[in-house]
Design a protein around this ligand. Structure first.
Ligand SMILES: O=C(O)[C@H](O)COP(=O)(O)O
Length: 316
């Protein structure tokens, strides 16, 4: 039987080329609305997505012949996974494709924050030679707390091995630790951590996880890196903790407000105060959800998806 696959987001060309070569029939539709795609999805056995729209119950009810959803990335929050599984639709994701990129970006954010790289660079370029206010910190001797020890957390811990740091991890699953981190309770992680890095998905359990109560439970002041999902942090609580000195700096690749348009964010009346604070703070680095978005991961994500689809159909 022919396997027809609909691609609704653009990806590295090898994905399309290799699936074609393997005999799958590929169609692309990057522009149609969710409703328009719903009207044609019955004709497909597979759909390849990034995160353009939600694959929810209404969509899945119309996808009567769907056998798999392939997510070119790690986060599955745009898919009603439980419902898809109840309909025997396989979920294929590719965290192996961008975990290295996320790990390197997380490390880059820490080193940049610790050494004031962004600020010092901007100062010099505007004619200011300031040494004392740009005195940095060293990673040596610090304790890094990783929350979420899956693909991303593990890749990040691996990158840290060349530094003289203690690496702790906390994960809701037991026995996930490898040689690169010690698995501890959340309490122990909060007792010891100097730099917290989040590598958790966004789920009802992790939503707003980093709030004022959670931050208060840390024993020392700490830095925070978030390359996971913006809504895992209550930004106003993060900002309050920065103002009180409990949080020393933040590297944020994802924002709670990410789904707002930039026009909304920069409109004086609508700009959340916490966002304004982040925008003006020297000890905050912001990037536009690019941690997993490298040239290399673009290609690797596509390859992982091709391999997994071929494996599903025993096409080795
Ligand atoms: O979940 C991921 O893999 C990354 O956050 C990238 O997500 P995106 O495909 O929605 O950009």
């Amino acid at each position: 039987m022919d396997i027809k696959i609909l691609h609704i987001d653009s990806n590295h060309s090898l994905l399309w080329d290799q699936l074609n070569k393997a005999g799958f029939i590929n169609h692309s539709d990057f522009k149609s609305s969710k409703e328009e795609v719903e009207a044609i999805i019955e004709g497909y056995q597979g759909i390849v997505i990034r995160s353009r729209f939600k694959i929810d119950k209404s969509f899945l009810d119309k996808a009567t012949n769907l056998q798999f959803i392939a997510r070119v990335g790690a986060g599955l929050e745009s898919i009603d996974c439980e419902y898809a599984i109840s309909k025997n639709i396989s979920l294929i994701a590719a965290p192996e494709g961008n975990r290295n990129a996320v790990a390197e970006h997380s490390l880059g954010m820490i080193l940049s924050l610790f050494n004031n790289l962004n600020q010092a660079d901007a100062e010099i370029k505007s004619g200011n030679w300031n040494r004392e206010i740009n005195r940095g910190h060293e990673l040596d001797g610090k304790t890094i707390g990783i929350i979420g020890y899956g693909n991303m957390g593990k890749a990040f811990a691996k990158k840290l091995q060349g530094f003289d740091v203690e690496v702790l991890c906390y994960d809701i699953l037991n026995n996930v630790a490898d040689a690169n981190a010690e698995q501890v309770s959340l309490e122990e992680l909060q007792q010891k951590t100097d730099v917290l890095s989040l590598h958790i998905p966004w789920t009802p359990e992790t939503d707003k996880m980093i709030n004022s109560k959670f931050i208060e439970d840390f024993k020392k002041s700490f830095w925070i890196i978030n390359t996971s999902r913006g809504k895992n942090i209550v930004t106003a609580d993060l900002v309050a903790a920065m103002q009180s000195g409990k949080i020393l700096g933040a590297g944020l690749d994802v924002l709670e407000y990410e789904k707002l348009s930039f026009e909304t964010l920069f409109n004086d009346k609508n700009t959340p105060e916490a966002f304004q604070y982040l925008m003006q703070s020297q000890n905050v680095i912001l990037t536009p959800h690019i941690a997993g978005w490298t040239f290399e991961s673009h290609e690797r994500l596509a390859q992982v998806i091709v391999d997994k689809i071929k494996l599903k159909y025993n096409y080795l």
